[in-house]
Design a protein around this ligand. Structure first.
Ligand code: NAI
Ligand code: UGA
Length: 433
């Protein structure tokens, strides 16, 4: 099929490449000229495992091309909208400017029977509003909302082999067009839920709200564990054995960040307020507060570990991205902690295998290195805040001879306290005795 993907960021670049991998003829459109130039040369503009390979094979096959001109999308049968829906500055609500602009720009170029498919995460009611506009401007075209559930770091696999598809549609033929797009996974038996616009939009924000709530729940338990001498990791293991609860997303630590979970729960709560049902999801504000408290807890722990002040103390911050296997530093708890410590006068040196360049773009006042050894050298305190594989695998005896003082805060509860203490370290986790 002929497909366009409008917006080629973390979601759209992967979606476009994956659609070409499935054999479709794809054009990726973005207003960012630099991104389009890179993608056109098969260079991913961000770090995502597996993307370089499918991008390169798509471009080489001629099935995948990129353009800044929306007119190049004109002959597509299906147009995916994958532009950003960030949080509005100073407000909890979603900024729909990019969705509206991309939608309006596309209207004059729609072929007969074209299907526009929203992928961006939007407040409930957006699809119905856009469908109204479509009926006025291009009555022959159709709209569907098909939210995306991929995780960064696993984006290619999640796109090609998702857990489920959700189609918000107004007609059976829109669902059957989407089945044709995703034929390989549909034939392999991937479950699909065909529903209305509002339900499809809500599934997406409800899923992220549930995941965020699960993380904040375990972080709240870690605060209780700290007050009682209990161990939150053993607690999570024990809870996780109950299949109704499950062990995944029960890792206590510095909390959730990224370009989605934080802004999505805020936008969801704000939209519920607008609809007059704010009380139903008021708990999401608490989920957000618990989450932000974790960052402060790590900073407070650093201050306490260094005897009441971090001023002029050398602190090695391991990790700046919001999670491993990503270079994304949007709303990163790790970077927040580094910035806060620097603000308290610490001599912070931050390192990360993939995120240093993006972090420097946002917070140039911090000192960065891509060398883990350089970060550790002479440190008065090590703070692990993103659980990259190479940090989890650190040898406490070897690191002890690099630092000035063997003190570590494990902000992700991924190290073995027994082994670190046995090697002479003062070890602190969150909610671990
Ligand atoms: N990043 C992720 O893992 C996931 C993101 N989402 C949702 O997908 C949407 C996109 O997110 P990301 O890809 O992370 O954002 P992003 O910021 O990485 O990418 C958005 C892209 O849209 C482009 N853009 C903006 N206005 C445009 C226009 N008028 N025409 C064409 N391109 C335009 C921007 O230049 C940018 O490249 C958001 O709604 C997000 O919540 C959903 C699931 C996963
Ligand atoms: O809407 C989105 O954009 C996406 O948001 C999340 O995906 P992602 O942000 O890539 O990352 P996650 O793996 O969900 O992690 C989010 C944050 O939670 C943190 N986390 C995760 C799990 C856990 O147990 N504890 C914890 O603190 C991670 O460190 C990270 O900061 C969802 O998992 C995806 O399904 C969704 O599509």
């Amino acid at each position: 099929m002929r497909i366009s993907v409008i917006g080629c960021g973390y979601l759209g670049a992967v979606h476009a490449s994956a659609m070409a991998e499935l054999g479709h003829e794809v054009v990726g459109i973005d207003v960012d000229e630099r991104k389009i130039a890179q993608l056109g040369q098969a260079q991913p503009p961000f770090f995502e495992p597996g993307l370089p390979e499918i991008l390169a094979s798509g471009v080489a096959s001629g099935r995948l091309r990129f353009s800044t001109d929306i007119a190049d999308a004109a002959d597509a049968e299906v147009h995916f909208l994958a532009v950003g829906t960030p949080q509005q500055a100073g407000r909890p609500t979603a900024d729909l400017r990019f969705v509206d602009a991309a939608f309006e720009a596309l209207l004059p170029h729609l072929a007969d029977d074209a299907l526009i498919v929203g992928k961006s995460t939007v407040p409930v009611g957006t699809a119905a509003r856009l469908a109204g506009r479509l009926a006025e401007a291009a009555a022959h075209a159709r709209l569907a909302w098909n939210p995306e559930f991929l995780r960064e770091g696993y984006a290619v696999k999640d796109t090609l082999e998702p857990d489920r598809f959700v189609y918000g549609v107004e007609s059976a033929d829109a669902a059957s067009t989407l089945d044709d797009v995703y034929r390989r996974a549909i034939d392999a038996g991937t479950p699909r839920i065909v529903t209305d616009f509002a339900t499809a939009e809500l599934v997406k924000v409800a899923a992220n709200a549930f995941l965020a709530t699960k993380i904040s729940f375990i972080n709240a338990m870690s605060e209780i564990a700290d007050a009682t001498g209990a161990d939150v990791t053993a607690l999570a293991d024990a809870l996780g054995h109950d299949a109704r609860i499950g062990r995944r997303f029960l890792n206590a630590g510095v909390g959730f960040g990224g370009g989605c979970l934080p802004k999505d729960i805020r936008a969801f709560a704000a939209r519920a307020d607008e609809l007059g049902v704010g009380a139903s999801v008021a708990f999401l504000k608490e989920v957000d507060e618990i989450n932000l408290r974790q960052r402060q807890r790590v900073v407070d722990l650093a201050v306490a570990t260094l005897g009441g002040s971090v001023f002029r103390k050398r602190i090695a911050v391991l990790g700046v991205t919001f999670k491993p296997e990503s270079d994304d530093v949007r709303d990163s708890p790790a970077l927040d902690v580094a910035v806060h410590l620097k603000g308290l006068g610490a001599d912070v040196i931050a390192t990360d295998p993939a995120g240093v360049e993006n972090a420097r773009g946002r917070h140039p006042q911090l000192t960065y290195t891509t060398s883990l050894d350089e970060a550790l050298a002479g440190a008065d305190l090590v703070v692990l805040v993103t659980e990259w594989r190479q940090y989890r695998a650190l040898d406490p005896a070897a690191v002890a001879v690099q630092v000035a003082a063997p003190r570590i805060i494990d902000g992700r509860n991924v190290l073995d306290p027994v082994a670190w203490r046995a090697a002479g370290w003062e070890y602190h986790g969150l909610g671990r005795p």
